[in-house]
Design a protein around this ligand. Structure first.
Ligand SMILES: NC(=O)c1ccc[n+]([C@@H]2O[C@H](COP(=O)([O-])OP(=O)(O)OC[C@H]3O[C@@H](n4cnc5c(N)ncnc54)[C@H](O)[C@@H]3O)[C@@H](O)[C@H]2O)c1
Length: 437
């Protein structure tokens, strides 16, 4: 029998802190307002629309997730954020060009209220952006203190007990873990010495952990996924998760690849191309930021297909990912996949996907779910890496001795079984033998 965890009730409002107030953040904030006013449904949000089956199939118990676990009410959230550009969320949403005028007008008041605080920004990490709305600080320690002060002031001004942070800032240049990232002590030293290995994304993550604010990284940038910060989060009991929202092409990959593997069909090659024209695409037009994104996108297939277990099927896959900046498309990106597979007796076949997606429309419900689930984790006393939130990420975080789970359906099972477990319900293993014995 499972024992139900003690979960504090979500009293009062929840602060949602967003480093980076561009296309994803503003589409999320506007969407929450439209949903609260009954003008839209929370399509794409598991916390709002998803259900969880409990007990046996004969029991007919499948409550909505939000009725099963005590989640913050979507109408009771307050937003704050940082950006290197001074536009308020309404202006930034206009620049992002994701939402129609009618939606922007309806959410205008709420969006205008969200004015970003100056950013911790370093042009070495994001080359293609002219940051003009920046904090001034002497050392990186000073930068972290300023972000912590913003968090405290935000909570004070809005009378909040709880806040969460979801990083939606531009993708930073690719970075290999190094000395300053290894332990909390080396990270602290790095802050004092302004070690260039500490990126702005890490400063926000550090500030969140120190302020007891659960943190998720929606960008592919190296941030909370360094040992120094995962250890700090575990020590302080702060939930953390990442990284890189799993939205368009990678979501499709993690749906399709498990299916091909389930049927023991071989894969010879997987060629993925993308065109996108939003600011994210412009930042990714720089080779160093692009590398962060490509590394994140490439890891998926290897982990799902497990060539070490199935050398006949997956040992020699050509996996190529191309991302091209093409301004006319704006946020409405297009992703093509050509998959060369083989079947019985090695006969070749092909699958083609042409996904006419909308990046921020796919990402916004993920921001909502992460905010609500991270807050739940905190109230349930779950600190450190939240592997059960792998469902939302291209590069899920795990303990170093574990490999990440990329299969979307295993990830969903992991998430729902975690919810069942914290509520003291039996996990569901799907054998079904008990019905027949
Ligand atoms: N939209 C998706 O489907 C999707 C999927 C996976 C990951 N992501 C990631 O989410 C992030 C946001 O995407 P977006 O489309 O909203 O991009 P965007 O360019 O519209 O917004 C990013 C914002 O971050 C700001 N910024 C840059 N550096 C900053 C800093 N140091 N501090 C504060 N703000 C800073 C920029 O000024 C910009 O306004 C990107 O890293 C992107 O790769 C998006």
């Amino acid at each position: 029998m499972q024992v139900e965890r003690e979960i504090r009730e979500p009293l009062g409002r929840l602060g949602v802190l967003l480093p980076g107030m561009g296309a994803v953040s503003t589409t999320f904030i506007a969407g929450v307002e439209l949903i609260n006013r009954g003008l839209a449904d929370p399509v794409g949000s598991l916390t709002q629309l998803g259900t969880v089956r409990l007990g046996k199939r004969t029991e007919d118990r499948a409550p909505k997730i939000r009725d099963f676990v005590p989640l913050q009410d979507v109408g009771e959230m307050v937003f704050g954020g940082w950006d290197a550009i001074p536009d308020n969320a309404y202006e930034a949403a206009g620049v992002a060009g994701v939402l129609e005028k009618e939606h922007l007008d309806a959410a205008r008041k709420q969006l205008e209220r969200v004015e970003p605080w100056p950013a911790v920004f370093d042009a070495r990490y994001v080359h293609k952006l002219n940051g003009a709305h920046l904090k001034s600080y002497g050392s990186l320690r000073g930068a972290a203190e300023l972000v912590r002060e913003d968090i405290r002031a935000f909570k004070r001004d809005h009378g909040l007990d709880r806040a969460v942070m979801v990083n939606c800032a531009s993708t930073e240049a690719y970075l290999q873990p190094q000395e300053a990232h290894f332990t909390p002590e080396s990270f602290e030293r790095g802050l004092d010495d302004s070690d260039p290995a500490i990126s702005p994304a890490m400063i926000y993550a550090y500030a969140a952990i120190m302020e007891d604010v659960p943190y998720a990284n929606g960008a592919p940038s190296l941030a909370v996924d360094v040992p120094a910060l995962t250890s700090l989060a575990a020590e302080r009991g702060v939930p953390v998760a990442g990284k890189d929202f799993k939205t368009g092409q990678t979501m499709m990959k993690t749906i399709l690849a498990p299916g091909l593997k389930a049927r023991m069909l071989g894969v010879e090659g997987w060629f993925s191309a993308n065109i996108l024209g939003n600011r994210d695409g412009e930042v990714l037009d720089d080779p160093e930021s692009l590398k962060s994104k490509e590394v994140s996108k490439l890891s998926v297939l290897e982990h799902i297909l497990q060539p070490q277990l199935y050398p006949e099927l997956y040992s020699d896959i050509s996996h190529v990912v191309k991302i091209n900046y093409y301004p006319p498309r704006g946020d409405a990106k297009e992703g093509w996949d050509n998959i060369d597979i083989f079947g019985w007796l090695g006969y070749p076949m092909q699958i083609k996907i042409d996904f006419l997606a909308r990046d921020s429309i796919l990402a916004a419900p993920i921001v909502l779910d992460l905010a609500l689930f991270l807050d739940l984790a905190r109230r349930a006393g779950m600190g450190g890496i939240q592997e059960w939130l792998s469902f939302y990420f291209k590069s899920p975080m795990t303990l170093p001795e574990l490999y990440p789970e990329h299969d979307l359906f295993i990830q969903l099972m992991k998430l729902k079984n975690t919810l069942r477990t914290i509520k003291g319900e039996e996990v569901i293993h799907h054998t079904g033998l008990d019905y027949y014995e």
